[in-house]
Design a protein around this ligand. Structure first.
Ligand SMILES: Cc1cc2nc3c(=O)[nH]c(=O)nc-3n(C[C@H](O)[C@H](O)[C@H](O)COP(=O)(O)OP(=O)(O)OC[C@H]3O[C@@H](n4cnc5c(N)ncnc54)[C@H](O)[C@@H]3O)c2cc1C
Length: 340
């Protein structure tokens, strides 16, 4: 087939790499080659990343920056330690570039639906995350604005991951260690209070800001990001909602979605069905998150939606290594219920 892939982030770069072996594939990325930024905090669970990349003969360990031992979780002004089960940060930027190396990838090409010659391709893959450039707009849209800085420190403020949910329970601040003395310091908040938290942290801990990046993250579950296809266009990754809404984790779900598309490349209806089934549980998690964001998660609604809350907990508890962290009822209940 002749295939176009628009967006060479997590899902697009993976698909360019895998599909180019079997088809005539052209990738398009709006960012210029020398200025490419993989906007993200680069945190992921090691075992699942190893599994995904071992299948395409890439050793994920070559890209790992920092192996977490615990997350310093700040709740009500107190730090509690949540054990890591393989949570790492990795060189996401380099891995995405390496996946497209030597292949037919055009950087610096911002695609627009009106000018893109879709009919010249058998299949057009929309991997443009937030923009969803070739697919219809989503009505049930839950976007959380995020900003993050890459900071270089003389002395690191924390020796491990640090996360602080906001008092409005509508977002959180994160500190993710990277290589040497650098870290990603970022925050996202539905009510847009994240800059305040970020500025306070930077004032307190200093450090040299190397890079400032950001974009909103889409938390809407795949179920509400339909249609996944239109004509010969098919969506993949965050463009169709593959972000775990409770923690804003999108790398692994987007790669899993890309694996499903690769497996079903000759059967798009089969892909759509498999995506719906694989990400079914995200609808329950999304329901809980929407209540939380709209400040409607009271003890009453908590009980009323106990099925969805329980599914959220069970999903993570059963797959601690897949999520890379220890999952405890107490932490989850406090994060969800309390206005901290
Ligand atoms: C600040 C921040 C921190 C995050 N931290 C984490 C984290 O630590 N761990 C985690 O698991 N998830 C994290 N996420 C979520 C995760 O990064 C995304 O969900 C994931 O990257 C989605 O993958 P994707 O392939 O769908 O899209 P992306 O990786 O976002 O790639 C989309 C690509 O499409 C390109 N593009 C967009 N429009 C066009 C166009 N019109 N023409 C051409 N190219 C276009 C973009 O430039 C981009 O390169 C974070 C998100 C944000 C915003």
């Amino acid at each position: 087939m002749k295939i176009a892939i628009i967006g060479l982030g997590v899902a697009g770069s993976y698909l360019l790499h895998t599909l180019s072996k079997e088809h005539e594939v052209q990738g398009f990325e709006m960012q210029k080659a020398g200025e490419f930024n993989a906007v993200c905090a680069w945190g992921a669970a090691k075992s699942e990343m190893e599994r995904i990349f071992a299948r395409i003969n890439i050793d994920f360990n070559d890209y790992v920056f920092f192996n977490g031992s615990h997350i310093n979780l700040e709740l009500k002004g107190k730090i509690r330690k949540v054990g890591c089960k393989g949570l790492v940060t990795y060189d996401k930027h380099q891995l995405e570039l390496d996946l497209t190396k030597g292949l037919n990838a055009k950087y610096g090409e911002r695609i627009t639906p009106n000018t893109f010659p879709s009919d010249e391709y058998d299949l057009v893959i929309d991997a443009t995350s937030l923009q969803r450039v070739m697919l219809p707009k989503i009505t049930d849209q839950l976007l959380v604005p995020c900003v993050e800085y890459m900071v270089e420190y003389e002395k690191l403020p924390y020796d491990d991951f640090y996360v602080k949910p906001f008092s409005t329970a509508s977002g959180y601040f994160w500190y993710f260690p990277l290589m040497k003395n650098t870290a990603y310091v970022g925050a996202g908040d539905y009510y847009r209070k994240h800059m305040e938290e970020l500025d306070n942290f930077n004032k307190k801990h200093g450090g040299k800001i190397i890079k400032k990046i950001g974009r909103p993250i889409r938390l809407s579950a795949p179920e509400v990001c339909q249609p996944f296809t239109q004509g010969n266009v098919v969506g993949v990754g965050e463009a169709i909602g593959t972000v775990f809404p409770l923690i804003g984790e999108g790398i692994i779900p987007s790669l899993q979605c890309a694996e499903i598309l690769h497996r079903n490349i000759n059967d798009i209806p089969g892909y759509v069905e498999e995506v719906k089934e694989h990400f079914k549980v995200y609808s329950d998690v999304y329901k809980v998150i929407k209540l939380k964001m709209n400040n409607k998660l009271s003890p009453y609604t908590f009980i009323k939606n106990s099925g969805a809350v329980w599914t959220t907990y069970r999903t993570m508890k059963k797959q601690e290594e897949r999520f890379g962290l220890e999952v405890r009822v107490r932490d989850m209940a406090e994060i969800l219920l309390t206005r901290l």
